[in-house]
Write a protein that binds this ligand. Structure first.
Ligand SMILES: Nc1nc2c(ncn2[C@@H]2O[C@H](COP(=O)(O)OP(=O)(O)OP(=O)(O)O)[C@@H](O)[C@H]2O)c(=O)[nH]1
Ligand SMILES: [Mg+2]
Length: 366
């Protein structure tokens, strides 16, 4: 689990500040909490990735995730069961069907081949002969892939000044929505949040971010449509520093209104941020849409080459039967998958947990 969202202790004696505001703050905006940056060190510890927890119980968070991933799960569990039904041995036909299933679930050709190869090896050595056991074996292997990709990100929130998260990705992947959901998580953990409308491609982008600002009761710094995104971000950062905001979430465009290159624009935003606050952005979060399948991997590589991404968020997992993309991403990318989006609502964002995800993927249909 990420511990960015660890609950902070409120300091009631700090007077509430008047906040800035292009978005009116709502009356229920929680009192500004002064963050004790030293406390609860934001580093990820080995324990954060512990795989030794007992399987979650029915009715728990896991069961809800499992429900949200129904399409993905059905693709795996149901189709796998159909393939295995009535089979007495692991033969060529069965492996052929399995290959097709894995590829169509977007696990990726390389991973599929690797999986099949290790099954073949075991079949040959008589270590795996019962089709019934195949499912357990696959689950174990898939878990290994997902866990191997779960890197210790060693993310440390700065002791002073805002924690800046720049959210990038092609248009429509869910950047703005993910920002709204992340803001909600930070607010729930007692941090103060500000949003920066760095997507000036269209007026609607700014309004959409303002709606998320209102929902969360957090200020949004925005300029007019067509403004230079770097200047919006520079202003937002100045304001966040002046107001002692804990977290600044920066929205960016997925495409450009000029012929300028999107990657160059993103590099410029990063440079400008770095001038105001040398360590910023502390996190460059790439948002990927799970329904785009293999395309997501190509996008991740392109963005990584251009702007060095430090984390990934995978959205719309609730709407795809291709949950195998998670396995592929964990295997192919060296940056950690931090969040998965499982719906359009404010609380439909989960910290990615490899163990839990693998369980949900192979959960039996009720
Ligand atoms: N089902 C589902 N829909 C999602 C999820 N995340 C985002 N969406 C939807 O995807 C659509 C696009 O989301 P946005 O947040 O506007 O995407 P964006 O990347 O900011 O798009 P641009 O600003 O045009 O580049 C919206 O209709 C969202 O409600 C998710 O996890 N599940
Ligand atoms: Mg957007």
């Amino acid at each position: 689990m990420l511990n960015w969202f660890k609950k902070k202790t409120q300091q009631p004696d700090k007077p509430e500040e008047k906040r800035e505001t292009e978005t009116p703050s709502t009356p229920d905006f929680p009192p500004q909490t002064s963050v004790n940056r030293g406390e609860g060190k934001e580093e990820k510890h080995a324990d954060d990735f512990s795989t030794s927890q007992p399987p979650p119980q029915k009715g728990s968070f896991f069961a809800r995730l499992s429900e949200k991933l129904d399409k993905t799960k059905v693709n795996f569990t149901y189709q796998l069961d159909t393939i295995l039904l009535g089979k007495k041995e692991i033969d060529y036909d069965l492996l052929d069907e399995l290959e097709e299933l894995l590829i169509t679930a977007d696990i990726g050709v390389d991973t599929t081949e690797e999986l099949l190869e290790s099954i073949r090896r075991r079949v040959k050595r008589n270590e795996l002969s019962d089709p019934e056991k195949l499912k357990g074996f696959l689950k174990k292997e898939v878990k290994k892939y997902i866990l191997s990709g779960e890197e210790d990100a060693a993310l440390v929130m700065p002791k002073k000044g805002p924690f800046v998260i720049m959210v990038i990705g092609v248009n429509g992947v869910g950047k703005t929505t993910t920002i709204g959901k992340i803001a909600h998580k930070f607010m729930a953990s007692g941090r103060s949040v500000m949003l920066a409308a760095g997507d000036t491609f269209r007026a609607a982008a700014v309004s959409q971010l303002k709606i998320w600002g209102e929902r969360n009761g957090v200020p949004v710094v925005a300029h007019r449509e067509g403004a230079d995104p770097s200047s919006v971000v520079f202003d937002a950062l100045s304001s966040a520093i002046a107001k002692d905001i804990d977290v600044l979430l920066v929205d960016t465009a997925g495409r450009m209104h000029t012929k300028d290159n999107l990657m160059e624009e993103l590099k410029k935003i990063k440079r400008v941020m770095g001038k105001k606050l040398p360590a910023a952005p502390h996190e460059t979060l790439l948002v990927l849409d799970a329904t785009t399948g293999q395309n997501a991997i190509s996008q991740a590589r392109l963005f990584d080459d251009a702007v060095d991404i430090t984390g990934l968020a995978l959205t719309k997992l609730d709407g795809t039967s291709k949950g195998g993309i998670v396995i592929n991403i964990c295997r192919e990318m060296k940056v950690p998958l931090r969040f998965i989006g499982v719906g359009e609502q404010i609380d439909d964002l989960r910290d990615f947990d490899a163990e839990e995800f693998a369980e949900a993927l192979f959960a039996e249909k009720k």
